[in-house]
Design a protein around this ligand. Structure first.
Ligand SMILES: NC(=O)C1=CN([C@@H]2O[C@H](COP(=O)(O)OP(=O)(O)OC[C@H]3O[C@@H](n4cnc5c(N)ncnc54)[C@H](O)[C@@H]3O)[C@@H](O)[C@H]2O)[C@@H](O)CC1
Ligand SMILES: Nc1ncnc2c1ncn2[C@@H]1O[C@H](COP(=O)(O)OP(=O)(O)O)[C@@H](O)[C@H]1O
Ligand SMILES: [K+]
Length: 458
């Protein structure tokens, strides 16, 4: 599990550890990890030209100490101080002692910029002077210290000019901005330097392959199809018959004992998935709404009558006006979540964590907000982010496959939070497998799912 903590949690854990360590020891650990990551990124240190952007706090201190280490290994290191009178004194002395120099501004194009403008102490976007300096550096790759300066660390929002990093080197634990878009997009690849902090439960987590493997429903030796769970799909319509096929494809990947289908695309579902039983019957979970059109509201009422857990997708989300009486997973994309909360799509995209949490609270359900980094928010406040899945996955019908897959996990006995986070991880991993660096179609994602599960269980 990858864990992302809030600034307050990090500060408390750092204070507790610092009280037990010699002064400055934590910053030395952080700076050594940072210097190592810069060398890794450049592939060398001797002769490399490194420009440090140094702010007023300890984030700048990390950059200065790392700069001193790089200068000691043969790099040409220059530092621009954004608040000269407040720059970290110890770091500055170390840099100078190692042969690094303070300069009024960039004098030539460096090989790499180290962004130590601001870290977890940041407020709002970059200030004008820093913003102009960063903009003037153009395409020079940036290694960000702890967080790309200018992003909101606890919310993942971006409220003004910010640094776009190639690599972010963070300390002690991940921060929320490393997992949640749009800030996560500004981080590039994230490297964690362990500081040995003792941390409480995280604000946001991200499942890793081992976590998903441990939660995969695997049949008991004595299993029969009904003990493995039956998932029902009420999706598709005359206008969108393909959504029924794709939702069924996501449900029928072998993770449950049986799939039932009810809707307007019987013949097509039968022809493409002969193993699926067409017609209502007993199920352990229903998936409702993918391509459901105007029939989605009635389909939702019928599914609710069974009293089993639900996945609500697409048109069923539009039919939802109050908290549901059964455990449920809602799977909106940003546009659908915007309609559910009566806000603009751009507002959802700018504050994905805030809106996913708000919807989970309002509807009393687990809400899975689809996107580059999908968020799964529980009404109790827990959030999981799914960071696997290539941009090729942004293709029509991929959401239908996801809804069916999550439904099969619900029917197999996972709760909505686990079903949503395991389902979106498997969906992203299947997309990566199907894509292999190239284009894919939604059906390819469903077809790759058994292969992904096999690899996890091997
Ligand atoms: N506390 C610790 O033990 C450790 C902290 N470390 C580093 O210390 C950082 C936190 O240090 P600080 O608490 O000093 O805070 P920061 O260095 O993140 O920022 C605080 C300073 O930046 C200024 N500032 C705030 N918003 C700004 C903006 N938008 N534009 C420009 N300047 C802005 C503030 O006026 C303040 O002077 C971490 O991110 C990490 O890099 C590491 O050395 C590891 C150990
Ligand atoms: N940039 C991206 N990178 C990776 N995955 C993405 C990106 N954009 C969207 N996705 C994923 O692609 C899928 C698209 O689903 P959705 O928008 O519901 O499509 P549809 O409604 O056509 O089925 C979701 O699983 C979403 O998380
Ligand atoms: K920074």
């Amino acid at each position: 599990m990858r864990s992302a903590h809030t600034v307050e949690q990090v500060r408390a854990a750092e204070a507790e550890l610092m009280a037990r360590m010699p002064e400055g020891a934590l910053m030395q650990r952080a700076a050594a990890g940072l210097a190592y990551a810069v060398v890794e990124f450049l592939g060398r240190s001797y002769g490399a030209r490194v420009l440090l952007l140094v702010g007023a706090g300890n984030n700048g201190g990390d950059a200065l100490y790392a700069g001193a280490m790089l200068a000691g290994r043969g790099a040409g290191v220059e530092a621009v101080l954004l608040a000269p009178e407040h720059a970290h004194a110890g770091g500055l002395a170390a840099l100078r002692a190692a042969g690094g120099r303070v300069v009024p501004g960039p004098r030539s194009t460096p090989d790499v910029v180290v962004d130590g403008i601001v870290g977890i102490g940041g407020q709002g976007g970059l200030r004008p002077e820093a913003a102009a300096l960063v903009a003037g550096l153009g395409d020079v790759p940036v290694v960000a210290v702890d967080t790309p300066s200018g992003v909101d660390v606890d919310t993942g929002r971006i409220e003004g000019p910010h640094v776009q990093a190639a690599v972010t080197v963070t300390f002690g634990t991940h921060k929320v901005a490393h997992l949640v878009d749009p800030a996560a997009r500004a981080c590039g690849a994230v490297h964690l330097v362990d500081l040995g902090l003792d941390l409480p439960p995280a604000a946001v987590t991200a499942l890793q392959a081992g976590d998903v493997t441990a939660m995969l429903p695997v049949p008991e030796p004595t299993a029969h199809k009904y003990t493995r769970g039956v998932v029902g799909v009420r999706a598709g319509s005359q206008t969108y018959p393909g959504a029924a096929v794709l939702c069924v494809a996501g449900a029928a990947t072998g993770l449950v004992g049986m799939v039932r289908y009810v809707g307007g695309a019987d013949d097509l579902v039968h022809a493409t998935h002969p193993e699926v039983v067409v017609g209502a019957g007993q199920v352990q979970a229903w998936v409702v709404g993918s391509g459901g059109g105007e029939g989605a509201a009635a389909a939702l009422r019928e599914a609710l009558a069974d009293g089993v857990p639900l996945v609500l997708d697409a048109d069923a989300l539009a039919a939802l006006d109050a908290p549901l009486p059964v455990p449920a997973l809602l799977t909106p994309h940003a546009g659908e979540l915007a309609r559910m909360l009566d806000v603009d799509r751009t507002e959802v995209e700018a504050d994905q964590l805030g809106h996913a949490r708000k919807a989970a609270d309002r509807f009393g359900c687990v809400v899975l907000l689809k996107g580059r980094h999908t968020l799964v928010a529980h009404p109790d406040g827990r959030v999981r982010a799914t960071t696997v899945g290539p941009p090729w996955l942004a293709t029509a019908g991929a959401g239908d496959v996801l809804a069916g897959l999550c439904g099969s996990l619900l029917a197999a006995g996972l709760d909505p939070f686990d079903a949503g986070s395991v389902g979106s991880w498997l969906h992203g991993a299947a997309a990566a497998a199907a894509s292999a660096g190239g284009p894919l179609q939604a059906g390819d994602v469903a077809a790759a799912l058994p292969r992904v599960c096999r690899a996890l269980l091997a």
